[in-house]
Design a protein around this ligand. Structure first.
Ligand SMILES: N[C@@H](CCC(=O)N[C@@H](CS)C(=O)NCC(=O)O)C(=O)O
Length: 309
């Protein structure tokens, strides 16, 4: 069996793409959480795993894949278990899957996500954030700017990773400028409206072609295009934008897709991972605080001993 290890963070969009693919493929894999909200992706140990300092990354025999596209392509090619997700691009369905993957991949999900966090008034039903993140998002702008400063500090402190940190810093500054600009965010949201019209039409066409009500985006079989759509719908729901993009009244087939997808085992496994995020963060905080707690307990024990004497 192939030895795989996934580095990921449960709420990261691209990690979710890799995770959902692993679950669909019924893959056996080891895992390590990289707490990106604490900047763990920029620690030197992780920069050795991937100089990009992003999640997901997948360790495979003899190498590490550092982009979710490469990861999902590899998994579907190498694992003959679970669902076949990427049909041959010589076939009509393969061409369609390819086309939809490109379309869905072109969405600037980071600008949309942080754009909503920066401008929460754009959310319709409110961001569904685990309470552990609330403090961070209330100060989203300061946190983002502190992130840029941390990258500059790391570039100065670790000469062996300097170029990687500076490249990240350039990307970071570009992204923050877009997220802060409400007009840019509004433009991305409006482009998404157009895309959702196309998705609704495609779902209707597929139903007609297949003559069934339970088909997926491009056919009766679940494919990689559906994986992309699932994580997009989950993200929009998380951002409180489900009422804008897929209410049953406006886009009934997309809404129906979202309801059906919740019954799929792989999606339930993915959402279960998402829910672990608060526990993960608390565990990390306790781990960090452990030396202090042990120190304090030592002092208390010492005082009790001294008084008993
Ligand atoms: N093109 C990459 C994008 C990966 C990416 O941007 N991951 C985000 C989380 S969704 C990340 O690691 N952000 C932390 C950072 O950039 O420092 C992929 O598809 O894997």
């Amino acid at each position: 069996m192939t030895d795989l290890k996934l580095y990921y963070f449960p709420t990261s969009f691209y990690s979710q793409k890799a995770l959902l693919t692993l679950f669909e493929k019924e893959a056996v894999f080891r895992e390590q959480i990289v707490v990106i909200v604490n900047g763990e992706q920029n620690e030197p140990w992780y920069m050795k795993v991937t100089p990009k300092g992003t999640v997901p990354a997948l360790e495979i025999p003899g190498s590490v894949l550092t982009d979710s596209e490469d990861i999902v392509n590899y998994l579907d090619r190498e694992l003959d278990t679970g669902t076949k997700l990427i049909p041959n691009t010589e076939t009509a369905i393969g061409k369609d899957v390819y086309k939809w993957r490109q379309r869905l991949n072109d969405i600037k999900i980071d600008v949309i996500t942080f754009g909503i966090i920066f401008h929460p008034e754009l959310s319709i039903t409110g961001i569904k954030l685990p309470s552990i993140f609330k403090k961070t998002t209330n100060k989203a702008k300061q946190t983002m700017h502190a992130g840029g400063k941390a990258l500059q500090d790391k570039a100065d402190r670790y000469p062996e990773h300097r170029e990687s940190f500076l490249a990240k810093l350039r990307m970071h500054d570009e992204r923050v400028a877009k997220m802060e600009n409400k007009d840019v965010v509004l433009q991305h949201l409006s482009d998404l409206d157009t895309l959702f019209d196309q998705i609704e039409t495609r779902l209707a066409d597929t139903r007609k072609e297949q003559g069934v009500d339970d088909s997926w985006l491009v056919g009766s079989q679940f494919t990689m295009a559906d994986i992309y759509l699932v994580i997009l719908l989950d993200r929009l729901n998380f951002l409180g934008l489900e009422e804008r993009y897929f209410p049953s009244s406006k886009r009934p087939l997309t809404y129906d897709f979202y309801v059906r997808i919740g019954k799929r085992k792989s999606v339930q496994q993915l959402r279960q991972k998402f829910r672990t995020v608060s526990k993960v963060m608390v565990c990390r905080m306790l781990k960090k605080a452990a030396p202090v707690v042990v120190g304090l307990l030592g002092i208390v024990a010492g005082l009790i001993y001294w008084r008993s004497k």
